[in-house]
Write a new protein. Sequence first.
Length: 121
Amino acid sequence: MNWKIWKKKPAEGEAAKPNAENLPRPKEIPQAVGRYLVVDLGKDPDWVWNLKSVVRHRPDSKEAFDVRVFEESEAILKKVRVRDYTTLDAHPDLILFEGWYDKKKNTVEVREKKAETSRAA
């Protein structure tokens, strides 16, 4: 018998991606990105700091991250469970802002993906 009870069987969707990277779950938007949205783009701070983001490392740097910003309440209304950065590939309509930021250089480059909701004005 070859019992390996300590090894977890892959879930249905994971079998197709044997070397998928382990991406972080949604969190509050990074400080640098939030500051950029409020100061440079002139967005409402109360709205901005309630947004969520998903990130992944950029392949060319250890300190740089790709970031996608979305509104959690909108995802819930559309019955989409955002697990990580790649979840929003299937739901691009949920992405409000997309771009990258570098922690070490304190550089942010984010662009608006869709018009804000009426609460953001």
